[in-house]
Design a protein around this ligand. Structure first.
Ligand code: CP
Length: 333
């Protein structure tokens, strides 16, 4: 009989003790919860140093020379996986992109046995995406002291590097978080992106955070006490400086009752040029991807001057370089 592994959903207080060393340095990145404004700012500042103008060669260093990074993605990914791969290579690391569909986990191997096996091959940093809540913390509790775990998307719980790249993108366009109104629109209830963005924005002191969704896709108010939970898009988008559209996470919704169909959804919650007339005149439009054009966002708006969606992607590589180089310094001691 294969061993059944039980993962515990992380507590709302996060894993501050687990992800930091006793000296307060970042060893694992599991969640943005518990990280200070100064720690977030240092990561954003470091990421800026890894950006180069479009058309020029990307920044390369040997900060991870001699280190090995393994990408373990048990859920589909384009952006996060490609950017961690590129980030590690641009820092000079060896990179293993394990094909989890042909790994021995398919034969019943536990995730811990898999981790111990890969750890024995002297892998330093594991980048993990999994559909089950609690997997990154579970692994972080069990690996050796010279290994780092980076959360690349955990169920609906957390996507900390996405949260960081969203903060960086917002800061580049709207540097004063305190005077900012941010509207996140869509399936908040099932979104790890919304949770990490809300945590990061709250720590950075955002002026107002609005979460707008149909009632069936709203979060528990107690979960994000500093945010305003709204159900009417016009009210939520009015005067907003930043509008972030999210897709409906159908893969995480057991019962689709109460979820609007595509046309109804776009009519009521789709971000369009028309809707953006209610936002601040210089408001930016964000989307973490993958996008469903014509459902949560009007296609031409996604390609318009207001859109910073490709900027988010570019910043994703820089943020992952910042995280990798930071944890490598911690592992160096
Ligand atoms: N935003 C994001 O996590 O995209 P991927 O699923 O393509 O990695």
């Amino acid at each position: 009989m294969p061993v059944t592994e039980l993962f515990e959903r992380p507590s709302p207080d996060g894993e501050p003790d687990l992800q930091l060393t006793t000296g307060g340095r970042l060893r694992h990145l599991l969640t943005l919860r518990g990280l200070s404004r100064m720690q977030l700012t240092e990561l954003l500042d470091r990421a800026e140093t890894y950006l180069s103008p479009y058309g020029q060669q990307p920044v390369r260093t040997d900060a991870l020379k001699g280190r090995t990074v393994a990408n373990l993605f048990f859920e589909p990914s384009t952006r996060t996986r490609a950017s961690f791969d590129l980030a590690a290579k641009r820092l000079g690391a060896d990179v293993l992109n394990l094909d989890v569909n042909t790994s021995s986990r398919k034969k019943g191997e536990s995730i811990l046995d898999m981790m111990y096996t890969l750890q024995a091959m002297q892998i330093d940093v594991f980048v993990i995406r999994d559909a089950s809540a609690g997997v990154p913390a579970y692994i972080a509790r069990h690996v050796d002291g010279y290994v780092s775990i980076l959360n690349a998307g955990e169920s609906d719980v957390s996507h900390p590097t996405q949260g960081l790249l969203d903060l960086l993108t917002i800061r580049q366009h709207k540097p004063d978080f305190h005077n900012l109104t941010v509207a996140i629109v869509g399936d908040i209830a099932h979104s790890r992106v919304a949770r990490s963005a809300a945590q990061g924005l709250t720590t950075m002191g955002v002026g107002e955070l609005r979460l707008i969704s149909p009632r069936a896709l709203a979060p528990e108010p107690s979960e994000m006490p500093s945010a305003r939970i709204l159900h009417r898009l016009d009210e939520g988008i009015r005067g907003a400086d930043v509008v972030m559209a999210l897709r409906i996470q159908r893969e995480r919704i057991g019962n689709l009752d109460g979820i609007p169909g595509i046309d109804e959804y776009f009519a009521n919650y789709g971000i369009s040029h028309e809707r953006m007339k209610l936002a601040a005149p210089d408001a930016i439009v964000m989307h973490p991807g993958p996008m469903n054009r014509g459902i949560e966002i009007e296609s031409s708006l996604a390609d318009s001057r207001r859109s910073v969606i490709t900027k988010q992607v570019t910043n994703g590589v820089a943020i992952r370089m910042a995280i990798l180089s930071t944890v490598a310094e911690t592992l160096d001691g």
